[in-house]
Design a binder for this molecule. Structure first.
Ligand SMILES: *[C@@H]1O[C@H](CO)[C@@H](O)[C@H](O)[C@H]1NC(C)=O
Ligand SMILES: *[C@@H]1O[C@H](CO)[C@@H](O)[C@H](O)[C@H]1NC(C)=O
Ligand SMILES: *[C@@H]1O[C@H](CO)[C@@H](O)[C@H](O)[C@H]1NC(C)=O
Ligand SMILES: *[C@@H]1O[C@H](CO)[C@@H](O)[C@H](O)[C@H]1NC(C)=O
Ligand SMILES: *[C@@H]1O[C@H](CO)[C@@H](O)[C@H](O)[C@H]1NC(C)=O
Length: 488
């Protein structure tokens, strides 16, 4: 969502495609306000005075709609004093997500919150209803505010190491989750941070994984879970230990200095407060769902290589040598109103170019109903976490070294796993059905990399131009840049 300066007003209308719970309205007053996540006063982004913002709960499965995606390329930012109504309709998305401000590095100031979408009641949920449902929004945090952090990036440097980790807006032991002994609870855990992977664990308790980013998963049991940037998992936790208080711990992963934050799991009949060392992080699977995907003939292969070029003397990040820069007009509006000179299709190659990095408003064209093979190739020494808006995809293979056509021989086409993470010096291949018309952001979930150009847009196009394939432009669409004065 494109938040802007001081105070703005947002009405969220969540509309449904089935007869259950026809509408939910959320009215948000977005303001700056004082927050103290690491014990020092900072100016944060509040929603109705809260940080993290209120939880969105939505009754049913819906269809994702590019007009309401709320990223730079799809919507105009909402200016101070303005109001805007998002109408969210999401396809095939059950489960746990989080919302956050996507422009101007506002994510570093907060403005995020949990977002739960329940399945329609006719769709079975593969576990008993839990006795409680908790949201954990954990991630790294900086004492410097988002304008200072953005200035560091704008000056051509990467971000420094974060100052701490926070859980639901607090540092250590400020947050308590109360449970009754013997009962089972669902925890929805998101990594809402800017730059680091985290490990999550609960002292003395096992976690049964039940959902990965909107998909019910194989229900394996874990002592700890790695959660990469932007990812959300649901686990079931049974309060089956002696009645006490226990640490809920997050620590940073793949960092030389380890940051931590903790909360308390409090038994209602607790005989004692937390004690002992933090539980060790143990083996650290980053498991995902399991699917039977079958043999599908892909229609196109796209290889995407991340790099960290210096362009005009500044640190940038790029995909296939192109470091994304925003245009003056949201791409979705330019596309709809056929405004020339904002972007051109094909401004990013389907394959790594091997050439030096350059700046461009990169948009790749793709056909609705196509079936992509996407290979993320990571020649760098850092873990890469990617996100593709509007689509689900299935990881069919990953390995060290360089991907080649022969790598396909080892693809897993039966029990593919869904994830959006690419490891250092390696590749990850995925299959992705293009089942959603629109202008979709493909981006690094590392927010410094995203801000400095490791992103592009995928324009999924249907010549039919039918409302069956895509919702029409909302009557309240804001207009900015070259789109000002066009009639919806
Ligand atoms: C939003 O909150 C601010 C600060 O609390 C308040 O001054 C303003 O009147 C509120 N706006 C609306 C539309 O509720
Ligand atoms: C939203 O803005 C419109 C004008 O742009 C105004 O008529 C309306 O009252 C505003 N709604 C709220 C809830 O502030
Ligand atoms: C961020 O902090 C700097 C001082 O380091 C201050 O000048 C600036 O106004 C702050 N920005 C916001 C949005 O709070
Ligand atoms: C957690 O981090 C704090 C602050 O850096 C540190 O003092 C403490 O030793 C850490 N706790 C554990 C158990 O690692
Ligand atoms: C994929 O292509 C092969 C070879 O052309 C064909 O035999 C097979 O039926 C196709 N599979 C599907 C699911 O279309």
């Amino acid at each position: 969502m494109g938040y802007s300066k001081q105070c703005l007003f947002l009405v969220l209308l969540v509309a449904c495609v089935s007869g259950e719970d026809p509408y939910r309205f959320y009215t948000w007053n977005v303001t700056y306000g004082d927050i103290y996540p690491l014990g020092v006063k900072q100016q944060g982004i509040l929603i109705n005075g809260q940080f993290p913002g209120p939880q969105i709960e939505n009754g049913v499965q819906q269809r994702r709609n590019s007009w309401q995606d709320g990223v730079y390329g799809t919507n105009c930012p909402i200016s101070p004093g303005q109001n805007f109504t998002y109408i969210l309709q999401v396809k095939d998305q059950i489960g746990s997500y989080f919302y956050f401000p996507s422009t101007a590095f506002h994510k570093a100031a907060g403005g995020y919150g949990g977002f739960k979408i329940a399945s329609r009641s006719v769709i079975p949920v593969p576990f008993d209803p839990p006795s409680g449902d908790f949201t954990i929004l954990a991630g790294d945090w900086y004492k410097r505010n988002h304008t200072d952090l953005r200035a560091i990036l704008d000056s051509g440097s990467d971000l420094p190491f974060p100052d701490g980790l926070i859980i639901n807006g607090h540092g250590s032991n400020a947050y308590t989750f109360s449970v009754d002994q013997g009962k089972t609870y669902r925890f929805r855990i998101s990594n809402v941070g800017l730059t680091t992977s985290i490990n999550f664990r609960i002292q003395g308790h096992k976690m049964k994984l039940v959902e990965v980013e909107g998909t019910h998963s194989l229900q394996n049991t874990y002592d700890s879970l790695d959660i990469h940037l932007g990812q959300t998992y649901s686990v079931l936790v049974t309060a089956d230990q002696p009645p006490n208080d226990y640490y809920i711990v997050v620590t940073t992963r793949f960092t030389s200095q380890v940051l931590n934050a903790s909360s308390i799991l409090h038994y209602s009949n607790s005989a004692g407060s937390v004690s002992g060392p933090f539980p060790a992080s143990g083996p650290r699977p980053n498991p995902q769902g399991s699917y039977h995907y079958g043999m599908i003939n892909t229609t196109r292969t796209i290889r995407l290589q991340n790099t960290a070029p210096i362009i005009n003397g500044k640190q940038r990040f790029a995909v296939n040598s192109v470091s994304f820069i925003p245009a003056d007009t949201p791409l979705k509006l330019a596309d709809y109103f056929k405004i020339q000179g904002v972007f051109s299709l094909g401004s990013i190659s389907d394959n790594p170019t091997g050439g030096g990095g350059y700046l461009q408003t990169s948009v790749m064209a793709a056909d609705f109903r196509g079936f992509l093979e996407v290979v993320f190739e990571n020649p760098e020494d850092t873990l890469q976490s990617w996100h593709i808006d509007g689509h689900s995809f299935f990881v069919v293979g990953m390995d060290g070294g360089q991907w080649s056509a022969a790598s396909r021989l080892n693809y897993n086409l039966r029990d593919t796993i869904s994830r959006s993470t690419v490891y250092p010096k390696s590749w990850t291949a995925l299959y992705m059905p293009l089942d959603n018309v629109g202008m979709w952001n493909v981006r690094s979930e590392n927010w410094a990399r995203q801000y400095l150009g490791q992103q592009f847009y995928l324009r999924v196009y249907s010549a039919a131009n039918s409302w069956r394939d895509e919702y029409p432009i909302p009557s309240n669409a804001l207009q900015c840049g070259k789109a000002v004065g066009h009639h919806n």
